[in-house]
Write a protein that binds this ligand. Structure first.
Ligand code: ATP
Length: 203
């Protein structure tokens, strides 16, 4: 089975590219979905987060208040590191489980959509590695437009990640998403035309 790694920077267009793969019948394992699951009330990840950040981080129904946790870790690199360290093993095993399920279904090609592919060292599982890149100005504007965030907040979120230019150097396949959605679609067709999986998966 071929495991394509899909990564990029925040707001660079990974989800948009991931939707193109899905539209071509190629299953996508989405690390963000798994990262949400590993924080669900009562799970091992939830217990670790409550132990480290206290019950103040919980909503009245006992679920983690994600926006609150996000604000805490985005403003404090040390806390961000603690959270990443706690959750990384749960996320990796969740991803591996999904990959295994797809392998058992007979999929010949799947995509791992992992924003922190390099940081989490999951790039060693994937070949080729696809990096979705945009120029910094476009990235900032798209992020602000999508999330309704200020320039300052968006910049600090961008700067909290490994630089997109460094990720670009690690790409086997670089998708430049600075142009329009039509350009992206065209680029995608050129790169992945005819790549469909034989397995039937509804993403
Ligand atoms: P995150 O890391 O935050 O999940 P992402 O890399 O998945 O972000 P997307 O959500 O796919 O990024 O794209 C960011 C925003 O830019 C979205 O609002 C999306 O619709 C828009 N967008 C993506 N590609 C283009 C494009 N080529 N032209 C215009 N808008 C685009």
């Amino acid at each position: 089975m071929r495991i394509v790694g899909l990564t990029g920077g925040i707001g660079s267009g990974k989800s948009t590219v991931s939707n193109l793969f899905k539209a071509h019948g190629i299953p996508v394992v989405d690390a963000d979905v798994i990262a949400r699951d590993v924080l669900k009330k009562g799970t091992g990840g939830w217990k670790k987060v409550v132990a480290a950040f206290g019950e103040d981080i919980l909503l009245p129904d006992g679920e983690v208040d994600r926006p609150k946790l996000g604000r805490i870790v985005f403003s404090d690199p040390q806390k961000r590191q603690i959270l990443n360290r706690f959750l990384a093993p749960y996320i990796s095993s969740g991803i591996l489980l999904e990959v295994l399920k797809l392998w058992m279904k007979g999929c010949k090609i799947i995509v791992l959509d992992v924003p922190l592919l390099f940081e989490a060292k999951m790039d060693r599982w994937t070949n080729p590695i696809v990096v979705v890149w945009v120029d910094p100005k476009t990235q900032l504007h798209r992020l602000m437009a999508r999330d309704g965030t200020t320039e300052e907040d968006s910049k600090s979120r961008i700067n909290s990640q490994m630089s997109l230019d460094l990720k670009r150097t690690k790409a086997d396949i670089l998708i430049d998403n600075t142009g329009s959605l039509a350009d992206l679609n065209e680029n995608f067709q050129k790169l992945f035309h005819g790549e469909t999986g034989p397995c039937q998966v509804h993403n």
